[in-house]
Design a protein around this ligand. Structure first.
Ligand SMILES: C[S@@+](CC[C@H](N)C(=O)[O-])C[C@H]1O[C@@H](n2cnc3c(N)ncnc32)[C@H](O)[C@@H]1O
Length: 466
């Protein structure tokens, strides 16, 4: 059985989430694959990520933490943690004002997943009564037209929860909300709710996905990848005013931000990278979009095709698709940076040379640190660079290929030679300082050839002009 998915204006299917979890109905497909229920169950209980291991880990981590199901016991100091399953709006109504130190919340994203409705199989399994699903969906903060909860109702429920959060939180304390990013309109719903409840919207942090599939990266209008963490503070003074953005200003910010990102990367760029950069820019400038406008990063970019940007064919990890590039060739000619893919390749090759043996995660980590934010790289490009410069060794690690090592040795010798000659003569060719230092260091340590080269260079110095 699989969940039904068929996008139409009358239902709550969204293009931005994986089809499957947006509908409340399950469907028995004519072609299907069966998994052994007992194997799955066994995996869930005694498997690596199963219940027993999780329990052992949490027991070890929580030690003598006193658990309860009654939050009053925590406020009274009789217990440390209360695990309560309830409608947060109703729960907060029972709580006194200003009794909470910190709130972390992960609300549903519009209609992306119909948690309540999809749980009817579980409810049957748990032998809950037949009206149980109806009861929980009445409280659920989600967009669902069939439940007569259009976007406005979803937003009103979100507002309602934020008013509760603001009341129960102590002054000068914060709330963090994590939000996956479907559309600009939905993304701004919690910002509106927070600001109108009296919070100061302090910060937005984007956490890109660790691994983005090549196929997803190559969609000209894919979806934003990763999560956003929004921090709200309950300040004693009146909160900072957020400015409502006009459509015109929104357009300018989208185009300018995307231009900057593509110029920094200096190569055709995936949509997912562009869309992820716009929100933090808006937030930093104290702007947020109106809920009424349908304007979205996607719409603005669509309108820009042929004027500001063009879509170019590209291939990544075997997947074919489109990437965004400057329409104006003068822009391209003026780019100062080396294309990002080449810079990433350089880092991958350096990682292999310097560390001798590396895992994919170590390389990924180095690349992520060196190329943050708009320069985020996808796992496929890193893997391709590893395959270009490295060879896989037993245990899943990578080492530099012999032929590359040889080529690098020659390259190092040559650069060392040029550097030496350049020092003695007026340099015509500029060699990046760090590279020179590395090459000379390596040559001094390891290569007789380079010493021979220096000697040669010294002899030739009188005549050579580099
Ligand atoms: C994005 S999910 C959170 C997932 C969770 N952080 C995790 O990692 O499993 C949103 C959850 O909020 C729940 N929810 C919706 N409305 C709620 C309400 N009024 N009170 C409490 N929880 C609610 C949904 O049922 C769903 O389980």
């Amino acid at each position: 059985m699989m969940p039904v998915g068929n996008p139409a204006p009358s239902n709550h299917y969204t293009y931005f989430s994986s089809p499957g979890w947006t509908q409340h109905s399950y469907w028995a497909a004519p072609l299907f694959m069966e998994q052994n229920v007992w194997d799955k169950f066994e995996g869930a209980v005694i498997g690596h990520q199963g219940l027993i291991n999780a329990k052992n880990e949490s027991n070890a981590a929580l030690g003598d933490v006193k658990l309860t199901h009654d939050w009053r016991e925590v406020l009274a100091g009789n217990a440390d943690v209360a695990v309560v399953t309830a409608d947060c709006i109703e729960l907060m109504k029972e709580m006194p004002d200003e009794c909470i130190d910190y709130i972390f919340t992960d609300p549903p994203y519009d209609a992306s997943v119909q948690y309540g409705e999809l749980s009817f199989l579980w409810n049957a399994w748990l032998k809950e009564d037949f009206r149980y699903t109806e009861k929980i969906v009445a409280h659920e903060i989600v967009r669902n037209e069939r439940q007569k909860k259009p976007f406005e109702v979803y937003h009103a429920l979100l507002n309602n929860s934020f008013q509760g959060f603001h009341r129960v939180l102590r002054p000068e304390r914060s709330l963090t909300l994590t939000f996956h990013n479907p559309t600009f309109k939905v993304r701004n719903a919690p910002v509106h709710a927070g600001v109108f409840a009296g919070f100061d919207y302090e910060h937005i942090h984007h956490q890109p996905l660790g691994q983005v599939s090549a196929k997803a990266m190559m969609q000209p209008f894919g979806s934003a990848q990763g999560d956003f963490y929004l921090r709200f503070a309950k300040t004693a003074e009146a909160p900072r005013q957020m400015e409502e953005i006009t459509e015109q200003r929104f357009r300018v910010i989208v185009i300018e931000t995307c231009r900057k990102v593509i110029a920094e990367r200096a190569e055709p760029t995936p949509y997912t990278i562009l869309i992820n950069q716009v929100d933090p820019v808006l937030a930093k400038r104290g702007l947020f979009g109106t809920l009424q406008t349908g304007l979205d990063v996607k719409t603005v970019l669509e309108e820009s095709i042929g004027k500001d940007f063009v879509l170019v064919d590209a291939k990544l990890g075997g997947a074919a698709g489109k990437l965004w590039w400057f329409a104006d060739k003068i822009f391209v000619a003026r780019l100062e940076q080396v294309p990002l893919t080449e810079r990433v390749e350089g880092t991958v090759s350096r990682c292999l040379q310097e560390k001798g043996r590396v895992t994919f995660t170590e390389v990924w980590d180095t690349v992520a640190r060196e190329f943050p934010n708009s320069l985020t790289s996808d796992s496929t490009s890193i893997r391709e660079a590893l395959e270009l410069y490295g060879r896989k060794v037993p245990g899943g690690a990578w080492m530099l290929r012999d032929e590359i090592r040889l080529r690098l040795t020659n390259h190092s010798e040559l650069i060392a030679l040029l550097a030496q000659i350049g020092r003695e003569q007026r340099p015509v060719a500029r060699i990046d300082d760090s590279e020179t230092a590395r090459c000379i260091g390596r040559c001094d340590k390891s290569f007789n050839g380079a010493r021979h080269g220096f000697a040669l260079a010294e002899r030739e110095a009188g005549r050579a002009r580099v």
